[in-house]
Design a protein around this ligand. Sequence first.
Ligand SMILES: [Zn+2]
Ligand SMILES: [Zn+2]
Ligand SMILES: [Zn+2]
Length: 274
Amino acid sequence: MRVTLLGTGDTTGTPTVGCDCDTCETARERDIERTRFSVHVENERTGESLLIDFSPDFRTQFLREDVALPDAAVITHIHFDHLDGLGNVFRVVDALDVYAADETDPKTDKSVAETVRDDYHYLEMLKVHPTTPLEPVRVCGFDVTLVPVEHPPLVCYGVAIEDPETGAKLSLSGDTSYDIPEPSRRVLADPDLLLADAIVPAALCEYHPLGGRHENEAGVPRTFGTKHMTREGALELADDLNAERTRLVHLAHYYPADEAFAEPLAVDGEQYDL
Ligand SMILES: [Zn+2]
Ligand SMILES: [Zn+2]
Ligand SMILES: [Zn+2]
C-alpha cells in the first residue's frame, strides 16, 4: 500500500490566499504547500488507486504528484474542502466508484451518498455506492471501513483501509473532535500509519468563541471548538489507537511559524509505503 498525502491543509490551505502571516510567508519562502485535504492510496498488488476525498485542489494535486488517477473514492463528509473538487473528474476519469455513508444526516435530511448523487448528477461516469458505516467493503483490493466520528453539525466519517493480503493498515481520523465513539476507535486501532486532524495547537483554543473541550488530566483541550482536534488531542488519539506512525493533517495557517513545520506535522507530497 502506497500512501501519498495530496493535501494536508484545512479549508483555506497554507499559504492562505491574501494572507501575509509569518506562517504563510515562511511557506512561500520554503515552497511548502498544504492544499485542501485529500489522500491517494495505491494498491501495488492490483494496480488500482483509491482516493480519499475530493479536494478543490484536485487538479493541482494530480498535476504535481506522479500518481495514477483514481479508480474509486471515499467521501468522508460534505464540507467544501472534502467534496467540491469532485467536478474535476469531468472528462478526466472515464468511470469512478464513489463510496459514501448511507445514514441520513438529521442536518441535511440526506445521507452523504445522497448528497453526492444529487449534487453531481451530471457526472454520468460516477457510480455512487451507499455504504453502511462500521461494515467493511472491498474497494481496490482493500477492506475499507467508514467509522462515525464527531464533526457537528454534520455527520462525518473516519476511514480504516486494510490490505487483506499484506495486513498493511492506514487509518484516517476524518474531520473530528477528540470524542470519537468507542466502536469507531476499535476499527481505527493499531494502524501502521494514522493521519489525524490537528487543526491548531491547543493554546489557540482561547481564541475560539467556544474555546476548547475534552481536556486531558493536565487541563489541555484535545478539541478546538467542537469540530476538530488540537495538535495535542490528535497526538493523544495516536497513543490511544497505538499507531505505529502518525502524521498530523488538516492543518491551519494559525500554527505559529516556528511550530508549523515541525514534526509530526505533514506537508503535501509525503509518501509512505505500508
Ligand atoms: Zn497565514
Ligand atoms: Zn469538515
Ligand atoms: Zn475539512
